[in-house]
Every structure is written in C-alpha cells, then in structure tokens.
Design a binder for this molecule. Structure first.
Ligand code: NAD
Length: 255
C-alpha cells in the first residue's frame, strides 16, 4: 500500500487525484493539503462523501507517515512546496506546470541529497506522452514545426508545460532552426519552435504538433477530454516513483 498526500486537494486536479487514490486498491490517501477548505473533510470537498481525512497545511501534515506527495497547485507555490516535501525526505510527483529550469536543477540536487525520487511531469496523460514521442520520431524528416496548445480559460500559465516540453524534445532531434528565443506571450518561440496558446471556456487540455515539408503537412493531435485522462498516469507514477532516486522529467521515464 502506497501512502499518499495530495497537495492542492481542493482544486480541479487535486480533487480528481483524491477520487482516484481513494478508489485504487494499492494506494491510500493519508493526507490532504490546500490553502482553502482547511479543516473540511477531503472526500466531502471532492464530492465522494466523508472519508475521515481533513484538509490541513503542508508543514504539519508532513509529520504523517507519507510515502509520496502529489502536487497540483499553482506555478507560484509549487517550488516552495517541493522544497519542503523533499527536505522532509518524502518522494514527490509534480503535476503543477510553470517550474523554471533553474528551480528544477535545485530540486534535483535536493532530492539526491535526501535520497528520494521526484518526477516532474508536464502531462500525465499517456496519449500526450505518446504524442511527444511520435513528434520526436517525425521531426528529423520534416522542415518546419509549430505547436498549438489549447486549454481552459482558468489555466495560470502560457505556454503549457506540455508544449514547452514537446518543443524541447523536438529541438533535440531535428534540423528545425532555432528562433530568436523566449517571449512571454500567447505566441512565443521556444527551442526554435513557435508555440500558440489558446485559452477558452469549454476546453480541457489539447495540443496539435504540425509539421510542414515540401507539398505536405503532418499533424499530431492529443485531446484530454476530462481530467480523468490524467489519473492512470498519476497512479502508475505513484506506484513507481519509490524506486527512483533523484529527479526525472517526463512520465515516459517511468513507463
Ligand atoms: P486549481 O486552481 O483548480 O487548483 C489548484 C489548487 O491548489 C487550489 O485548490 C489552490 O487553493 C491550491 N493551492 C494553491 N497554492 C497552494 C499552496 N501553496 N499549498 C497548497 N495548496 C495550494 O488548478 P488545477 O486546474 O487543478 O491545476 C493545477 C496545476 O496542475 C496547474 O499548474 C495545471 O497547469 C497543472 N496541470 C497539470 C497536468 C498534468 O498532467 N501534469 C494536468 C492538468 C493540470
């Protein structure tokens, strides 16, 4: 049995993780953390009825017998949360996007120092991981590439972590030329690849990778239609991260 803490348990993704962990036979929800709904029953907040685990704050909850913490919070809080979890000697899955490169390096050092595993996964949907893999395979044979990522209008960051990761992976395997660099907007060039960010009500999480070559295009598209799409990946990673020492980026490293 894997003992799990969910950080951001009152949020959209956190509530989904609470429901998934609660219904899986090999995982147990022992702790829930959020800055809102503190003191309320986590199951009531997640819509599955009372489960006897109250939402608390991170500092005091870290004293519980936790094997793994799972963070789905906000780009502004994930780094601080992660440092606290790793310093307490707990394994960690980070689903929250928006971590900077230098923060990831610092977390890597901290995880090795404390002998624990941490996964930074921009996307827990298996289909999205496959889309990135296929894009890397296609890239060396095509002349140009642009990414369109489409998300709900409440998403805090743009471009998405998935789009940034896809661009990084493609740029490492293709002849597509590097562009002028990072510009913080809804259209920016990262690792030489143009990323367009669409934010609209009704969307969940979607991405198209479009390749162009002489007289032809190739489009790879993935759609997360509900947040349940991320749960098989989250549960799989929760069961495997215990065997990792140090930091890995991308769910593909645990498949
Ligand atoms: P949300 O706003 O619905 O939920 C975030 C929750 O975190 C809120 O309940 C908020 O109160 C809580 N929170 C904020 N700061 C906190 C802190 N310091 N300590 C504890 N709790 C805190 O957001 P969401 O839609 O659930 O998304 C959360 C994150 O997950 C975003 O970064 C999003 O991009 C990312 N995401 C990742 C994946 C993936 O597969 N990796 C999939 C979907 C969303």
């Amino acid at each position: 049995m894997v003992n799990i803490m969910v950080i951001g348990a009152a949020g959209k993704m956190g509530s989904e993780v609470v429901r998934a962990v609660w219904s899986d036979r090999e995982t147990e929800l022992v702790s829930a953390v959020d800055t809102k709904e503190v003191g309320k029953d986590t199951g009531e907040v997640a819509g599955i009825g009372e489960i006897g685990v109250k939402i608390g704050n991170l500092k005091s909850e870290l004293s519980k017998p936790i094997d793994i913490a799972i963070d789905f919070t906000h780009p502004s809080s994930v780094f601080d949360n992660a440092k606290k979890v790793l310093s307490a000697g707990k394994n960690l899955l980070i689903g929250t996007t928006g971590l900077r490169e230098e923060e990831i390096v610092e977390l890597s050092v901290l995880s090795e120092k404390n002998g624990v595993g941490v996964l930074v996964a921009p996307n827990f949907a298996i289909g999205a991981v496959l889309m990135m893999k296929f894009a890397v395979e296609a890239a060396p044979f095509m002349d140009g590439c642009e990414i369109i990522e489409l998300h709900h209008d409440q998403k805090a960051d743009a471009p998405s972590g998935t789009a940034l990761r896809t661009a990084k992976l493609i740029s490492g395997s293709s002849k597509i030329e590097a562009g002028p660099g990072r510009e913080p907007s809804r259209g920016m060039i990262q690792d030489g690849i143009m990323i367009h960010s669409v934010r609209l009500k009704g969307l969940v999480a979607h991405q198209e990778v479009i390749f162009g070559a002489l007289g032809q295009t190739l489009t790879l598209r993935h759609d997360s239609l509900t947040r349940e799409s991320f749960m098989p990946g989250v549960l799989l990673a929760a069961k495997r991260i215990g065997s990792v020492k140090g930091l890995v980026v991308g769910l593909e490293n645990l498949l």
